[in-house]
Every structure is written in structure tokens, then in C-alpha cells.
Design a binder for this molecule. Sequence first.
Ligand SMILES: C[S@@+](CC[C@H](N)C(=O)[O-])C[C@H]1O[C@@H](n2cnc3c(N)ncnc32)[C@H](O)[C@@H]1O
Length: 233
Amino acid sequence: MERKLRNNYDKLAEHYAKDVDTKAFNAYYERPAMINAIGSVNDLRVLDAGCGAGFYTEWLINNGAKEVIAIDFSEKMVESTKRRIGDKAKVYVANLNEKLNFEDSYFELIISSLTLHYVKDLDFTLKELSRILKPNGKLIFSIHHPIMTYLYFSLENYFEEILLEDVINKIPVYFYHRSFNKISNSIYNNNFLIEKIIEPKPINEFKKQDKKNFNKLNKKPHFIIFKTIKYNK
Ligand SMILES: C[S@@+](CC[C@H](N)C(=O)[O-])C[C@H]1O[C@@H](n2cnc3c(N)ncnc32)[C@H](O)[C@@H]1O
């Protein structure tokens, strides 16, 4: 399933690069809230985990991060980010389901936008992200809201961790539904404390592009953002 997801993200890369800066769910819903949660990145060493076509990678560079490293397991996404930012950041193929090739406590900030619902074992990935983050460093990530996946996929059992299929531009992608309890346990068990939980609302520009979903998103959550801080044991 992992290989299939990676191949499908390879296939999606071109479409993603063209679409993602202006697509309402990203541009006018997830990003404003995520950018607000991230705050200042000035002089920080930052990892963009699951960089896709590199929107956040570029944003981090333009907003004064001292060093930006971006990773994604799709080669085509990595190529796309490289095309976008040239040599202003290091961009690598790396898999968040595996051990990462960074030394302990290397980063001061890790951001991961709409990626961690794809990882096989959230505990494993958060343990690895915790290892490479400095104490007091922040991990800020957005994922599908568990209430959304529960309702939208008419799940029988909210508490069961389950692999689901979504379709982007007619290409299937596979992600996990995880309960709040599962997500928050993985956060706490890996030395993170939750500083803030954000359930975004779309900004007004969304309405111009897609009034139906604008009204829906004002009533039902779709994504959720966790702003966490790594504490010393
Ligand atoms: C929905 S896209 C989000 C991209 C980008 N963060 C953004 O917000 O525009 C999800 C990305 O996660 C990557 N991804 C999924 N599973 C991954 C894994 N196990 N390791 C690394 N990247 C992964 C995909 O290749 C894809 O580029």
C-alpha cells in the first residue's frame, strides 16, 4: 500500500504543483490557519516533512528561516519542490515511515502539512520527529479531522484505526483515520505537549471559489492543526 501511495503521489505531482497554490481547501482554508499557528520562523532551522510541491518550503525560506530542509517520499514531488526553490533549501527523498537521516536535536521547528494521516505508524513517526527536534522545539502539523473521516466515510467504529481511500484528481490515495485519543496519546508518548489545537474556518476568498463548501466548512470540520512543543523528560 505504501508503494502504491507513493506511485500515486508521483502521478499527482504535476497536477498538485499547478493546482495547490490556488485550490480553496489549501489556499483559503488550511494555509491561513497553519501559517498563523507557525508564527515567526526567523532564524530557525526547519524541516518541512511531506513537502509536496513545496509551498511551505518556499514560504519558510521567504520568511527568514535560517536553514530549510524539505523531505517527501515521492521523487516527483521532490523534483517539483526543487524546481520551485532551486538551491535555497535542501530537498530530499525520505520516507516518514522509516528512520530519518538527521542527527538528534537538529531542528528547531518541524512543520508537516496534510501528511501525517498517511504514515503507517503514527507512534513511530512522531518518535522519529521528536528525536530530531531540539527540546522546546515545535512540531506543528495538520491532518484530516477525525470527526470528518468518521462522518464522511460513515465509519462503523470511530475508535478503530483504519486505512481509507480518498481520490484526488481521479487518483486514489490511502490514509488513516485515527481517533483523537490515538493521536493525542502518540503526541504525549513521544515527548510532545499540545500547545494549541486549531479547527480552521475558511477565509472569505474561499466563498468566491466554492460557496457550497464554504458554507459546509463553516459548520463541519475538515482539517485539524496540532501545535505541539517538545518537552524535556
Ligand atoms: C496532501 S500532500 C501535502 C503536501 C504539502 N505539505 C502541502 O501542504 O502542500 C501530502 C504529501 O505527503 C507525502 N507523503 C505521504 N506519505 C509520506 C511518507 N510516508 N513519507 C514522506 N512523505 C509522504 C506525499 O508524497 C505528498 O507529497
